[in-house]
Design a protein around this ligand. Sequence first.
Ligand code: ZN
Length: 379
Amino acid sequence: MASLAFSKAVPNFKLEVEARSGATAAGIRFHKRFEILVGANGHFRTGSLAGVRGVYKQYVPDGQWFRLAATVRGDAVEVRINDMPVVSYRSPDPIEPAAPTLHGHDAFRNLRVTPILEDCTTPPPSVDATSRLIADAALRGIPAADLHVHLKLGLTLEQAVAKSLHDGIQYGIAVNCGKGFPTENDAAALAFIDSLKGQPIFVAMQAEGREWVQMFSRRVVEQFDYVFTDSMTWTDNHGRRMRTWIADEVGRIADPQEFMDTLVDRAVGILETERVNIYANPTFLPDQLSKDYETLWTDARRKRVIAAAIKGGVAIEINNRYKLPSQSFIQMAKAAGAKFTFGTNNTGPNDLGRCEYGWQMVEACKLDARDFWLPKTPR
Ligand SMILES: [Zn+2]
């Protein structure tokens, strides 16, 4: 344990230090129960408040010095990495002041701690059922990450980052890339990546249609933190290209069994060959079939899709917008060893929640930290 020049237990202070992550975990402890991690612990990365608020992206490579700052006002903790806010947390419980201590050999230099003297008392944060689930999950190391967020219908990057920090859910912000979308080539994809530089988020490519494989170079695809796709756009055995969420393109489904077999074939093909990380909007069915979801998704069909995801190393999204896959599907996939992510696929600011369906499935299917996938960063 390194001791500090400033060692009195004050509730409010600003701490600035240069840090680097390395082979062993290091951290900054204060107020009895808080520790800011330097280095990884399970899914939690540098900047996380251990067991409380996760940072799931590694922003600075191991071994490289960076500026780490914490502003602590009693039960309110803000963490910044190179001036970028990564955690903003209010504890619902009263704190017990304890002076900050640094733990970890060679992980720190140039420490400065300044007390904040003005009174910082504010009313405690509101706590509801979802924030309790998020807190419970953090204790168990389950990542609170919504990896399928879109800046659409006026949801700005600033609003998304503010909501992410407030809710304690890290976002992956995705651009739709493919035929008929504004992002149809490498230059447009790179412009999107550039527009999100320096933000506390993952940057994701949503690969659209089946044509995307030919439209973007591997070099550019690899600059995204991860790639996901769904099996909602495909061409059937009669040459009909359809987007399965658009009733007019689907037409009347005369033979639901044949439709399901084709859908499963396409999903398996995508998962085994397209080199994506996440299967988004999984098991989605067109409106006219969705009421028969449990029976049309026979065990045999489920097994094929789950096996293909595992074989392709593709995580299965637990989708908040469509509430998919169903609980029984997730249970089967977990038993087979599949990995999961949370994703909302919001249409704008109003339907970006707090992964409510995901937390519900964590409880119902007893998912734990090992059942979740996160991007490896830097790639
Ligand atoms: Zn999407």
